[in-house]
Design a protein around this ligand. Structure first.
Ligand code: NAD
Ligand code: IPM
Ligand code: MN
Length: 360
């Protein structure tokens, strides 16, 4: 039976990194007879330029029909000053997450041992690191109403957003996190700001209530400011972390650096039935776009997550992850993970090396 995979290259380095992940997918598609049918559509700034909106109806429709989606990245300075906030590339990405109810965002930060020296942290702090950040992705301050930007009487401008979660939204992401912890080392740290924000007082209450259903999982709570500090001080104290949309966004970028580079961190964004969109945690990197130097591994590893979580093809996913490890064993490094004595390669050389390792 064929499976429809929608590829959304997006902007900046998006098309460069997605091209490499596509080659990897095509390779395993053939090797494992997966029956994947790949197609592409416009999102983000590329869609604004072509159609006037960041999420054309055609793209949303294709996303809804697809079995899984692979996204590069969206955004860039070209669209950052658009006065209509609805016509921003990021709205395209947020629109897919929200319309498809992809509330469960898994961001695994794993240090490949070969990269222990690529991290800015001391090797002993990060070696053996394997943590999972579970981020709520369709609620919280990103989507809360009311929101806006306006000029008040007297000409004073104000901007406002609402940080709101109801207990059902908290419970469903909590379950994702407890289940993930149960399948790993059975430690879950819930990150909040319950000393200041009522919405996270509720968050903490619901996590405590859920904990009764998961007696085998050890639940702890941490304030987000401390969590940011602990992530760089002693990251291996964590197994699974669960948090809201905005805190998860920030903490996952910090966690990325523990793995050597943000170019190494994949993600899965899942709905209640494990249908999902897969994307690197990083953005469109306008500062290096068009130079062919971006690291495609986060996107390639996201494609592996897609095979595992949405398509039930764990063996193909394992093979891609092993191929990435082999390429690192061959000392091949893009600029962001380069260190002394290693061989510097371009985006496409890195992609080609992963394909070659798959074919070996
Ligand atoms: P960014 O993640 O794009 O870049 C931050 C830094 O990391 C840059 O120096 C960049 O060169 C580097 N970097 C990122 N990915 C890399 C890779 N694969 N290989 C090597 N280096 C890499 O974050 P930013 O600069 O804050 O944002 C740029 C644009 O991307 C913005 O428009 C933002 O909204 C958007 N963005 C999109 C997504 C997404 O589509 N999922 C995620 C984050 C940011
Ligand atoms: C991410 C990004 C997005 C987010 C932006 C581009 C909307 O930073 O996926 O981490 O904040 O969720
Ligand atoms: Mn982010």
């Amino acid at each position: 039976m064929s499976k429809q995979i929608l590829i959304l290259p997006g902007d900046g380095i998006g098309p460069e990194i997605v091209a490499e992940a596509r080659k990897v997918l095509e390779t395993v598609n053939e090797q494992f007879s997966l029956g994947l049918v790949l197609s592409e559509a416009l999102v983000g700034g590329a869609a604004i330029d072509a159609t006037g909106v960041p999420l054309p109806a055609e793209t949303l429709d294709a996303a809804q029909k697809a079995d899984a989606i692979l996204l590069g990245a969206v955004g860039g300075p070209k669209w950052d000053t658009n006065p209509d906030f609805q016509i921003r590339p990021e709205k395209g990405l947020l629109g897919i997450r929200s319309n498809l109810q992809l509330f469960g965002n898994l961001r695994p930060a794993i240090l490949y041992p070969q990269l222990a020296h690529a991290s800015t942290l001391k090797p002993e702090v990060v070696s053996g690191l394997d943590i999972l950040i579970v981020r709520e992705l369709t609620g919280g301050i990103y989507f809360g109403q009311p929101r806006g930007y306006r000029t008040k009487e007297g000409g004073v401008r104000e901007g406002f957003n609402t940080y709101v979660y109801d207990e059902n939204e908290i419970r469903r992401i909590g379950r994702v996190a407890f289940e993930a912890a149960r399948a790993r080392n059975k430690k879950l740290c819930s990150v909040d700001k319950a000393n200041v924000l009522e919405v996270t007082v509720l968050w903490r209450e619901v996590m405590n209530e859920l904990s009764a259903e998961y007696p085998d999982v050890e639940l702890s709570h941490m304030y987000v400011d401390n969590a940011a500090m602990q992530l760089v001080r002693a990251p291996k104290q964590f197994d699974v972390m669960v948090t809201g949309n905005m805190f998860g966004d920030i903490l996952s970028d910090a966690a990325a650096m523990l793995t050597g580079s943000i170019g190494m961190l994949p993600s899965a964004s899942l709905d209640a039935n494990n249908k999902g969109m897969y994307e690197p945690c990083h953005g469109s990197a306008p500062d290096i776009a068009g130079q062919g130097i971006a690291n495609p591994l986060a996107t390639i590893l996201s494609a592996a997550m897609m095979l595992r979580y949405s398509l039930g093809e764990g063996a193909a996913a394992d093979k891609i992850e092993a191929a990435v490890s082999q390429v690192l064993d061959q000392n091949l490094r893009t600029a962001d993970i380069m260190s002394e004595g290693m061989v510097r390669v371009s985006t496409s050389e890195m992609g080609a090396a992963v394909v070659k390792a798959l074919q070996a």
